[in-house]
Design a binder for this molecule. Structure first.
Ligand SMILES: Nc1ncnc2c1ncn2[C@@H]1O[C@H](COP(=O)(O)OP(=O)(O)O)[C@@H](O)[C@H]1O
Ligand SMILES: [Mg+2]
Length: 148
């Protein structure tokens, strides 16, 4: 099994990327849908116990937030793949403004995640890291490098 962790501010394309690439193979762990930390962690625990690949489809902006997801997977020696969504704040604000209903959050929510964002690093426990960018033609994945 594989644990995939997304890192990206709101409206950077995470859930769309999940649907395009992982919906057929990986279970989706997502705060917006599951609502509570307890439910998220219960589902994640279930995946680990039953060797079900999953994607942690949250902003995961800071190292502090990522660690509780990474640690149990590391302890089991699992493959942990991180996808960092490269995105311009203005593009994300615009896409967020175009959303309707509960999917749309106040601008400050987008800005706050952008301000707090900490780049992931392999030292945190990722087996692999990739960049993802959303283009008119779809998603482009590029190899990780540390000079961003
Ligand atoms: N290739 C694309 N080009 C432009 N906009 C897109 C593309 N794919 C998805 N979107 C739009 O971008 C917005 C944010 O995408 P979403 O996947 O929900 O982001 P996140 O899960 O990171 O919040 C959505 O409203 C979606 O319709
Ligand atoms: Mg989403």
């Amino acid at each position: 099994m594989e644990v995939v962790l997304f890192i990206g501010i709101p409206a950077s394309g995470k859930s769309s990327f999940y649907r395009e690439r992982f919906a057929g193979s990986h279970l989706r762990v997502n705060r917006d849908m599951l609502k509570t930390r307890y439910r998220e962690l219960s589902l994640y625990q279930w995946c680990l116990e039953h060797e079900q690949s999953c994607v942690i489809d949250n902003t995961n902006s800071t190292r502090e937030v990522r660690t509780p997801w990474l640690r149990p997977a590391q302890e089991r020696g699992l493959k942990i793949t991180g996808y960092f969504f490269q995105s311009r704040i203005q593009d994300c604000l615009e896409r967020n403004r175009q959303r309707r209903g509960a999917d749309r959050i106040p601008d400050v929510g987008v800005r706050d995640h952008h301000a707090r964002l900490e780049l992931p690093s392999l030292e945190e426990g990722f087996t692999e890291l990739h960049f993802v960018s959303m283009t008119e033609e779809g998603f482009t994945i590029t190899p990780w490098h540390h000079e961003v």
